[in-house]
Design a protein around this ligand. Structure first.
Ligand code: E4P
Length: 230
């Protein structure tokens, strides 16, 4: 398994820009991110399709169900999965969500189990057939807990076992470090062995940049001018 960057946004311009950099492996959206771009209910499926078209068939795109009962989540999940083959149904870690995850996984529909905060939640998600599990780092820090330690616990606990009999087509579960608030969160997630970091566009830009890279480039350009004028 290789470490990957997903973009945590519903903004098409950000997705287009990040995709053009050549290192984007997926997109995660949620109701807040969709609302932030002024998204409307009747355009939701079309919007997810636009995202899928931008990133291409090899990049998973998580689209969240906001239904609260297993039957409604399953219905939502089927509709979302029908948008494009790379749609992953995002479902909160709760009883109804677990039941819906099992039903969708049995139909071959991949699920990203979100709002995960503990190892037992992650294990239940894995046993229910989730293809991706998203432990939230920043939101755990927000309540004065240690989000990175919790991510580390989840990565190690899930890595201890083989859940391939539970997942769609026996695929390996991938842990998505979510609710990422800094480039350091990305560093730590990679050191812990998280499979994916899903990051807002601003943080992705910070991951590319470093002041010493800028300064080094500036001096190379200056010196190259000297070479050209010599
Ligand atoms: C991603 O799947 C999550 O929805 C997202 O990372 C949540 O981030 P936030 O806690 O910054 O809202």
């Amino acid at each position: 398994m290789n470490v990957k960057f997903f973009l945590d946004t519903a903004d098409l311009a950000e997705i287009e820009e990040a995709a053009s950099w050549g290192a984007l492996a997926g997109v995660t959206t949620n109701p807040t991110l969709y609302s932030r771009i002024g998204g409307k209910l009747d355009d939701f499926h079309a919007h997810i399709k636009r995202i899928c078209d931008i990133v291409g068939p090899d990049c998973p795109v998580s689209a969240e169900s906001v239904a609260m009962t297993r039957d409604e989540i399953v219905r939502d999940g089927r509709e979302l999965a029908a948008i494009a083959p790379n749609v992953v149904v995002k479902i909160p870690t709760m009883v109804e969500g677990l039941a819906a995850t099992r039903a969708l996984a049995d139909e071959g529909i991949p699920v990203n189990m979100t709002l995960c905060f503990t190892v037992p939640q992650a294990i239940l998600a894995a046993r229910a057939g989730a293809r991706y599990i998203s432990p939230f780092v920043g939101r755990f820090d927000d309540i004065s807990e240690d989000g990175l330690a919790q991510l580390d616990d989840v990565v190690r606990a899930i890595g201890n076992y083989d859940f391939s009999e539970d997942t769609v087509n026996g695929e390996q579960i991938e842990i998505i470090a979510a609710s990422i608030r800094s480039a350091n969160h990305v560093t730590q997630a990679a050191l812990m062995g998280a499979d994916i970091a899903t990051v807002p566009f601003g943080i992705l830009k910070k991951c590319v940049q470093h002041p010493l890279t800028d300064r080094g480039l500036e001096s190379f350009l200056k010196d190259w001018e000297k070479v050209q004028n010599a």
